[in-house]
Design a protein around this ligand. Structure first.
Ligand code: ZN
Ligand code: ZN
Length: 245
C-alpha cells in the first residue's frame, strides 16, 4: 500500500505520517502532552532569593518573582514532546499561592503546536544555609581593611570613605562567589572589618588587593575551638591599602 492511500483512522486525512494509525494532530489531541502538577511548590530563601532544587540551593540573588525558570520545570512533559518555550502569565494571587496561565510552544511528532496549561504554585519561604550562617554571625575569616601603617591619622570618616571606594573598586573585579562570601562589615576608627564565611574567598580578595591596589597583606590564624577532632581556626587578613594621591 502506498503512503498517500493510508489515512488517519480518526480524521480520515491522507498523505500524513501516521503512528499507530493516527496522524500527529489527532494523536496530540489524545495525548497528555504536558501535565501540570496538582500543586507546584517553589522553595525560596526570602533573604537572598536562592531556590532549593532537591537538596541543592542555587540562583542566589535571583528575583523573588516567579519566572519560567521556576515554573516550566514543574510540568510533566510527555517523552515524545520537546518544549520550545512557555509563556507564563500570572492570573491570580492570594498570599503565597499563585495561579499562572501558560502557553507552551511544543514539538510533537514532527510538527509544532501551542498548548495551554494552568498551573498553581505555592511559594515556600525557607532561609538558605548561607543566609542562616550569616544571620547567626558565623564567619571563618576577617578582612581588616586599613590605611598605610605609618600614615598620619586623619579623620576616621575620611579614611573609611577612601577605603570603601577602594573596596568597591576591588569588588567589581572580584568573582561573584568571593563577594557572596562577605557577610557583614563593621566600622572602626582605623578602617573596616569585613567578615567572610569562606576563608579561601577572603584570601583571594586579599591577594587581589595586593595585585591591583598595591596593598600589603598580613595573614594570621587564631584557634577558636575544636570540631570533629580537628582544630578550628579563624583567619585574619590585615590588608593595608596605600594612600591614593
Ligand atoms: Zn488525524
Ligand atoms: Zn539565602
Amino acid at each position: 500500500m502506498s503512503a498517500d492511500r493510508e489515512f488517519c483512522v480518526v480524521c480520515g486525512r491522507t498523505g500524513r505520517v501516521l503512528t499507530d494509525g493516527l496522524c500527529a494532530d489527532c494523536a496530540a489531541q489524545r495525548t497528555r502532552l504536558i501535565t501540570p502538577p496538582g500543586l507546584g511548590v517553589v522553595t525560596m530563601c526570602p533573604t537572598c532569593g536562592a531556590r532549593k532544587t532537591g537538596s541543592r540551593w542555587d540562583r542566589e540573588g535571583a528575583s523573588r518573582l516567579l519566572t519560567s525558570e521556576d515554573l516550566t520545570p514543574l510540568l510533566y512533559i510527555h517523552p515524545e514532546v520537546g518544549v520550545r518555550a512557555v509563556r507564563w502569565e500570572e492570573t491570580q494571587r492570594s498570599g503565597l499561592l499563585y495561579h499562572f496561565h501558560g502557553t507552551a510552544r511544543l514539538r510533537f511528532r514532527g510538527s509544532e503546536r501551542d498548548h495551554e496549561v494552568e498551573l498553581t504554585v505555592k511559594v515556600e519561604h525557607r532561609t538558605c544555609p548561607a543566609c542562616s550562617r550569616k544571620s547567626g554571625r558565623y564567619y571563618t575569616a576577617v578582612l581588616q581593611l586599613r590605611g598605610p601603617e605609618n600614615a598620619r591619622r586623619g579623620k576616621a570618616t575620611v579614611l573609611r570613605a577612601r577605603l570603601e571606594r577602594q573596596w568597591e573598586e576591588l569588588m567589581t573585579e572580584s568573582r561573584a562567589d568571593w563577594r557572596q562570601a562577605i557577610s557583614w562589615r563593621e566600622a572602626l576608627p582605623e578602617g573596616w572589618d569585613y567578615y567572610a564565611v569562606d576563608t579561601l574567598a577572603a584570601r583571594s580578595i586579599a591577594r587581589l588587593a595586593k595585585q591591583r591596589l598595591g596593598a600589603t597583606v598580613k595573614e594570621s590564624a587564631t584557634l577558636v575551638g575544636r570540631k570533629d577532632g580537628a582544630d578550628v581556626y579563624r583567619v585574619t587578613f590585615c590588608v593595608r591599602l596605600p594612600s591614593v594621591p
